[in-house]
Design a protein around this ligand. Sequence first.
Ligand SMILES: [Zn+2]
Length: 412
Amino acid sequence: MSFRKKACRIVALLAAFVLVSMTPAAVSNFTASAKSLDEMIKESEQLKKQAEQLKKKIEQQEKNLKNTQQYINTLSDQIKNCTAQIDLLMSRIEKMESNISQVQSEISVKENEIQNKRSELESKFQQLRLRLRTLSKTGNFTTLQMLLNTDSYSDYLIKYEIMKRIAENDKKLMDELEAELAEINSEKEKLEQKKADLQSQRDEVEKLKKESESKKKELENLSAKKKSEVQKLSSDIKSNENKYKSTYDEYLKLEEQIQRIINESQSSGNYAGYMFWPVPAVRNISSFYGPRWGRLHKGIDIANGSVPIYGQNIVAAASGTVIYANSTNSWGGGYGYHVIIDHGLDSKGRKISTLYAHCSKVFVKVGDKVIGGKTVIALAGNTGDVTGPHLHFEVRVNGVAVDPIANGYIKW
Ligand SMILES: [Zn+2]
């Protein structure tokens, strides 16, 4: 997170500011507040804890946000699939509809043909009727009448033959027309059947399309709901981040004040220039100075090696004066029972101090003089924020924790 970088910059700026612009008024303020160093450390640790809790909350919310965002992406994919399916179904429907209209136009052609055949039949029929009526009017309607009305036999034969032919011809023509009509009708029926089949197929596809559309709508509603959730989460995160920032800023301010109080404490003598190993019986280090779990681990952790650490003597790393000793609050802002010793100024005029945390017992009090490598100031333990017994040991230069090994304060 970029905020941590910002926080580091703030610490650096504050430190620089403190070093450069210390006014007498500020100094007297520190003297006044130095009386409540214990409370301030507690307050500072509380703020830090609050900030850490907020940070955890933010991380959880960011995780939720990420999950919800992923869910939205999944929904979007599903919506895309639905849309593709709907498009496919629509193109199928279009194709079917064009098939149907094709069949419909074929049906229309057939209907025209039927119409034509019918009127042809009708006109043939009228012609036949006309001829029969003419024959009937001339009296030559029946064979007998024809026989009676005909002068000669040869006439009769001719007339008879003509009549017969006319009748046969007309009948044949009518039969043919009727057969054609029947065929066209059956073709038309087939087409109608085909059209009905196509329409039912289209209805089926239409139903599928409607289902897809309703599913798509459902997914879209869900997606909208999730999007509003994302919006809410984002704004929650933002407000928590603001809260975290102000809490962390407050913590940084207090931490800064504590550092200044260390610096403003009456320094006694000069730092000898070397330190003793603070737990003579145990030399195992379980954690070094440096970034750890997204925070700066401000010291080294001396823990169980071949010899268990719990209850081992802790000696002052160098001679000096105890400026802080907590032997009553076992949480101690996470440090448990702990001691801060001022070792005076080094050759460059910088104030050197050490801190010993998580003790099981503290033997010294503020103002006590201690001898480096000799005075047993406490026993190692597991008070405060620990997962197991160890000594958390810090070296501070002008109140700022530095790497004790890399800077040569202590040999390992
Ligand atoms: Zn530690």
